[in-house]
Each structure stands twice: as structure tokens, then as C-alpha cells.
Design a binder for this molecule. Structure first.
Ligand SMILES: *[C@@H]1O[C@H](CO)[C@@H](O)[C@H](O)[C@H]1NC(C)=O
Ligand SMILES: *[C@@H]1O[C@H](CO)[C@@H](O)[C@H](O)[C@H]1NC(C)=O
Ligand SMILES: *[C@@H]1O[C@H](CO)[C@@H](O)[C@H](O)[C@H]1NC(C)=O
Ligand SMILES: *[C@@H]1O[C@H](CO)[C@@H](O)[C@H](O)[C@H]1NC(C)=O
Ligand SMILES: *[C@@H]1O[C@H](CO)[C@@H](O)[C@H](O)[C@H]1NC(C)=O
Ligand SMILES: *[C@@H]1O[C@H](CO)[C@@H](O)[C@H](O)[C@H]1NC(C)=O
Ligand SMILES: *[C@@H]1O[C@H](CO)[C@@H](O)[C@H](O)[C@H]1NC(C)=O
Length: 287
């Protein structure tokens, strides 16, 4: 048995050589936090996609001001420095068939995606939050930067498998911080989510119609639900086998399970959620 494990270990080392590194600076990014790096960042992601994977390095001494971009399969987003979300909707693309700007970091139908590095993805959400306060109700998204469409999420991964998000700070998202939809095999850990207590809809972790999700060792302080688990998509079955443990929740509207649910949730466990909820232990099966 030990010999077999050893051989498998060697095989893994041979098969998974260090991924090729792609640096936005090499694609024309300035990384000064002021210049428009959208085109350079998208070019970097296009290059790593053409390579069928690799590591995109947002290096520690830089702040990349960018609009939305897509991540494809087998990509490691290594954020050692800062990604600053543009506050100008000209840097975003409308989601096809939806009245919303595309999420800053978006993956569709991909697999094997890692987001890490110890750095920060800063949504710079203030002007996006202000759209809501201008109108009579949440649908009054007139004026910049919303310009009639709903705000972009910070990270949205849709129909994506084998996701690892760890060791990263997510700050001031325009709306949701991490939105999983139709994803399978997800591990999220050591994530810090920060937003002001009065920032609208800045949920931490939205787990929609996703299966086999482990979220642990993370921190939330923000303006809405720390964690929301559901499945509001009639085509999908449910959110299943979700384990949330060792979370610290400072400020939030709470934990939301099954709200807006069509497909339902099944086998959700919360273990050691501290802060507002001092020591919660709860398992839901066939909710
Ligand atoms: C930034 O660059 C992108 C891509 O070239 C472009 O679509 C956008 O209009 C630019 N934004 C600003 C504010 O200049
Ligand atoms: C991201 O991919 C979607 C299709 O999956 C596409 O519609 C969109 O234009 C892409 N966005 C960018 C910034 O390339
Ligand atoms: C996942 O992607 C990384 C980065 O490209 C690569 O090194 C690794 O081999 C991939 N893993 C699998 C199981 O394909
Ligand atoms: C997070 O990333 C930083 C910078 O790369 C590293 O020094 C640190 O050890 C990492 N922490 C964890 C918990 O992975
Ligand atoms: C508020 O609602 C009223 C009635 O629906 C509308 O006439 C008005 O333009 C709205 N004001 C703003 C700032 O959206
Ligand atoms: C719980 O998570 C925190 C990070 O938020 C970490 O420092 C701590 O070691 C974790 N505790 C356990 C028992 O894993
Ligand atoms: C419930 O989910 C956990 C992971 O959180 C998994 O280990 C367990 O097998 C699941 N139980 C059932 C009955 O599916």
C-alpha cells in the first residue's frame, strides 16, 4: 500500500510540472493602480487560455486596475498584489440575456481553477452602491457606473468543477463577493471578505445549485449575508453536500439557507461559526 502511494506520488510529480507563468506586465499592464490595464489583463488571460492553462501572476508590488475578464480551465490566478476593479462600466460587458454587468472575475463551464496568492481583489464598490441609493428602489440603477444594469459580482464561477480559492482578501465588492452557480468540487479556505456594514448586497459566499463544497477557515464582515446557500434555478436539482466550518462572522445579516429556492438544498453542515452566531452546529438533510 505504501509503495503504491509512493509510486502515485512520483507519477503526480512527473505529470504536474510547474505551470507556465503569464505576467500582465509582459502584456502591457502598468500595474500602477491608475492606468487602464483592462486590455492587458484580458490579453494575458487570452494567452493563458490559448496555452490551455498556466499561472497568471499579479505580482506583489503592483495594483492592476481592470474591468471584467474571464478565466478558463487549468488556470491559477496568483494574486500576490492587488486587482482593482474598475469603477467605469466601459470596462465591463453586459451578461448575455441579463440586465447585469459581467462579474470582474468570471468563469463559465471550466474546470480546475485556483484563485490564491495572499493578495487582494478590491471591488472599489462605493460608486456602484451609490446607484441604489440614488433611486426609489433597488431597480433604479440609472446613472454611472451602473448605467441601467445591475452591478458586477467580484467573482462568479458558473458550471465549473474543481475550484480552489484560498488565501485571498476580497474587499468592497460592488455586489456579491463569491458566487458559485452549478459548480462541483469546491474548496474555499483562508478567505477574508471585507465590506462596510451598510454596503448593499455584499454577500460573502453565495452557493447556488452547487455540489461538494467545503468552505473553511474564513472571515466575513460586510453588508449582507455571510453565506447564502440555495438553488434558484429550476433546471438544476439542488445545492448538496456543503460543509462550512471554522468561520468567523463579524458583521452580517446572517446565514441564509434555501431562500429563493426552487431546486432546494440537501445535506448542509455548519460547524463552528463564531461571532454573531456563537458556536453553531447544524446539519440539514433533505431540507
Ligand atoms: C479601458 O480599456 C478598455 C479595453 O481597451 C476599454 O474598453 C475601456 O473603454 C477603457 N476604459 C477607460 C475608462 O478608458
Ligand atoms: C467572457 O465569456 C463570455 C462567454 O462565456 C463572453 O460573452 C464575454 O464576452 C467574455 N468576456 C470577456 C471580458 O472576454
Ligand atoms: C490544474 O491546473 C494547473 C495549472 O495549469 C496544472 O498545473 C495542473 O496540472 C492542473 N491539474 C489537473 C488535475 O489537470
Ligand atoms: C498566503 O500567501 C502569502 C503570500 O504568498 C504566504 O506568505 C502565506 O504563507 C499564505 N498563507 C496561507 C495560509 O496559505
Ligand atoms: C421615483 O419614482 C417615481 C414614481 O415611480 C418616478 O416618477 C421618479 O422618477 C422616481 N425617481 C427616481 C430618482 O428614480
Ligand atoms: C480557523 O480559521 C482561522 C482563520 O480564519 C485560522 O487561523 C485557524 O487556525 C482555524 N482554526 C482551525 C482549528 O483550523
Ligand atoms: C454530506 O456531505 C458531506 C460533506 O459535507 C459528505 O461527506 C457526506 O457523505 C454527505 N452525506 C450524504 C448522506 O450524502
Amino acid at each position: 500500500m505504501y509503495f503504491l502511494a509512493f509510486f502515485l506520488f512520483i507519477a503526480a510529480c512527473v505529470q504536474f510540472a510547474d505551470p507556465q507563468v503569464f505576467n500582465p506586465i509582459d502584456y502591457g499592464a502598468k500595474g500602477d493602480g491608475i492606468s487602464n490595464d483592462t486590455e492587458a489583463v484580458r490579453a494575458t488571460l487570452a494567452a493563458v487560455a490559448a496555452n490551455k492553462g498556466g499561472e497568471v501572476l499579479f505580482d506583489s508590488q503592483f495594483a492592476f486596475l481592470t474591468g471584467c475578464f474571464n478565466i478558463t480551465s487549468n488556470v491559477i490566478l496568483n494574486v500576490k498584489g492587488t486587482i482593482l476593479a474598475s469603477q467605469d462600466s466601459s470596462n465591463y460587458i453586459q451578461v448575455r440575456g441579463a440586465l447585469q454587468w459581467q462579474s470582474l472575475v468570471q468563469a463559465n463551464s471550466a474546470s480546475n481553477i485556483t484563485i490564491t496568492g495572499g493578495g487582494t481583489i478590491d471591488g472599489q464598490g462605493a460608486p456602484w452602491w451609490a446607484c441604489l441609493h440614488r433611486g426609489n428602489d433597488s431597480l433604479h440603477l440609472h446613472g454611472p457606473p451602473c448605467n441601467g444594469l445591475d452591478r458586477p459580482n467580484l467573482i462568479m464561477l458558473a458550471q465549473t468543477n474543481n475550484i480552489n480559492i484560498h488565501n485571498i482578501t476580497l474587499k468592497d465588492s460592488p455586489i456579491l463577493n463569491t458566487h458559485l452557480h452549478g459548480c462541483t468540487n469546491v474548496h474555499m479556505s483562508h478567505i477574508t471578505v471585507l465590506a462596510p456594514w451598510d454596503s448593499p448586497n455584499t454577500d460573502g459566499f453565495d452557493i447556488d445549485c452547487s455540489v461538494n463544497v467545503l468552505l473553511e477557515d474564513s472571515f466575513y464582515s460586510g453588508g449582507d449575508d455571510a453565506i447564502a446557500i440555495g438553488c434558484g434555478d429550476s433546471r438544476a436539482t439542488s445545492s448538496e453536500n456543503v460543509l462550512i466550518r471554522n468561520m468567523t462572522v463579524e458583521r452580517s445579516h446572517g446565514l441564509s439557507i434555501g431562500s429563493g429556492t426552487l431546486g432546494g438544498v440537501r445535506n448542509i453542515t455548519f460547524d463552528h461559526i463564531t461571532g454573531v452566531y456563537l458556536l453553531v452546529f447544524m446539519t440539514l438533510i433533505d431540507y
